[in-house]
Design a binder for this molecule. Structure first.
Ligand code: OFO
Length: 165
C-alpha cells in the first residue's frame, strides 16, 4: 500500500510525464510543418514514449492501492526560433525530469518504501539514456551550424539514433 505522501509524489510524476508527451508532440508538429520529416518522426516517437512512461506510473499507483490522477496539463511551447532552440529545450526538459525522478527516489527512501524505490530504478536508467541522447543530438547540431546540407543529412539520420523505451 502506498503512503499518501508517495502517492502524491507519484501522481505529480504522472503529470510531468504527460506534459513531456505533450511538449514533444508540439515539437513534432512544428518540425513537420517546417518540412523536417525525420525530426518530426523522432519527436512523435519521443512523445509516444513519454506517454508509455506515464502509463507505467499509472498502473503502478493503481496496483499498489493508490489512485492515479489524470489532471489538467500546462500548455507546451508550440513554436521555436530554430530547431537548435527546440533541441535545447528538449535537453533542458530532460534534465528537469531527471531531477524530479531523483527527488522521488529520495522520498521513497525517506518513507522506507523499497518497492517504489525499486520501481523507480527503471526511470533512473531511462533518464541517463535520454539525457545522453539529447546531448549527442545537441553536439551534432552544433557541428552542423548553418549548413543546409548538414541539416538535410541530420534530418535524414536522426531516426537511426537509438532511443530506448
Ligand atoms: Fe519520461 O523520459 Fe524523458 O522525460
Amino acid at each position: 500500500m502506498l503512503s499518501k505522501n508517495i502517492e502524491k509524489a507519484l501522481n505529480n510524476q504522472i503529470k510531468i510525464e504527460a506534459e513531456s508527451s505533450q511538449i514533444y508532440l508540439a515539437m513534432a508538429c512544428w518540425a513537420e510543418v517546417k518540412g523536417l520529416e525525420g525530426v518530426a518522426g523522432f519527436m512523435y516517437k519521443q512523445s509516444q514514449e513519454e506517454r508509455d512512461h506515464m502509463l507505467k506510473l499509472v498502473k503502478y499507483v493503481n496496483e499498489r492501492g493508490g489512485h492515479a490522477q489524470v489532471s489538467a496539463l500546462a500548455a507546451p511551447n508550440v513554436t521555436f526560433k530554430s530547431f537548435k532552440e527546440m533541441f535545447e529545450e528538449l535537453y533542458k526538459h530532460e534534465v528537469f525530469v531527471s531531477e524530479s525522478i531523483n527527488e522521488l527516489v529520495h522520498i521513497s527512501l525517506q518513507e522506507k518504501d523499497y518497492s517504489t524505490h525499486n520501481f523507480l530504478q527503471w526511470y533512473v536508467a531511462e533518464q541517463i539514456e535520454e539525457e545522453a541522447m539529447a546531448r549527442t543530438i545537441l553536439d551534432k547540431i552544433n557541428l552542423i551550424g548553418d549548413d543546409k546540407g548538414g541539416l538535410y543529412l541530420f534530418d535524414r539520420d536522426i531516426l537511426n539514433l537509438t532511443v530506448s523505451t
